[in-house]
Design a protein around this ligand. Structure first.
Ligand SMILES: [Zn+2]
Ligand SMILES: [Zn+2]
Length: 249
């Protein structure tokens, strides 16, 4: 027996009543969110700012580059590096409202915002993301101790929002962080590669052989973390790993 659909007029009435009882405001500026967009966490003004990055970026590492820079072999920052991932796409640079959003998304209650950021990444960077031709979306995992302390993994929520928009499966159990690592932002740039080397492996019984994977994190700085995670997937036989992040720092 199928359940009859809820009439739109009823939904509008219900949503309107909900607005009266519990007015919803934007996570980033406290402006009221109107009924039509109440499924989102941010107002249309903030959404516009979050998706306004028009800078040319390096296709290998997502760093901002000059408009006429030749990036066929990468940019000045990544040309000398060998990555285990094929390329990187970002929603924007780590500044202004995007930085605020990434920081808020890390905290308790930030999960819907992280998911929305993932969805915005998918709807804003459609062409480069489709070009990757990924078959599954995999978030960079937290070590279980940190996940337990924080309550959730923001990269997993970003990956969920992105996977939904791209119509791809999200596979948070495909990668495991094998040991707790010092937070990358507290480690010197040179030590970051050593800090995360060998810190990931694929989950027990997971088969990634021949699969094209889109690896998701919230922020990419040197690329050391996503590189270590991509290396684990590639050594398990993945066909290709590409990276998608909310912000490049
Ligand atoms: Zn706002
Ligand atoms: Zn680069």
């Amino acid at each position: 027996m199928s359940i009859p659909p809820v009439p739109n007029s009823f939904r509008t009435l219900f949503s309107g009543l909900l607005d009266l009882v519990w007015p919803r405001s934007c996570y980033l500026c406290d402006q009221r969110i109107d009924t039509a967009t109440r499924s989102g966490c941010v107002c249309s003004t903030c959404r516009g700012e979050l998706t306004s990055d028009s800078a040319a970026t390096c296709p290998r590492c997502a760093e901002t580059v000059g408009p006429h820079t030749d990036t066929t072999a990468g940019c000045m920052n990544c040309r000398s590096r060998r990555f285990s991932f094929a390329g990187a796409v970002r929603l924007g640079a780590y500044q202004g409202k995007l930085r605020d959003a990434v920081l808020l998304a890390k905290h308790e209650g930030g999960e819907p915002l992280a998911e929305e950021l993932g969805a915005l990444l998918g709807t804003t960077r459609t062409a480069p993301l489709n070009a990757v031709a990924a078959e599954a979306v995999v978030p960079v995992p937290l070590h279980w101790q940190r996940r337990w302390a924080r309550g959730y993994n923001q990269s997993e929520a970003v990956a969920r929002g992105l996977a939904h928009v791209l119509g791809l499966p999200c596979r948070p159990r495909w990668l495991i962080r094998t040991r707790p690592t010092a937070q990358q932002r507290l480690v010197s740039a040179a030590a970051r590669w050593e800090n995360v080397r060998g810190a990931f492996r694929t989950g027990f019984g997971v088969r990634v052989r021949g699969v094209r994977i889109l690896l998701v994190d919230d922020v990419l700085t040197t690329g050391a973390t996503v590189d270590a995670a991509a290396a684990a997937l590639m050594s398990a036989g993945a066909a290709q790993v590409s990276v998608a992040v909310i912000a490049h720092r």
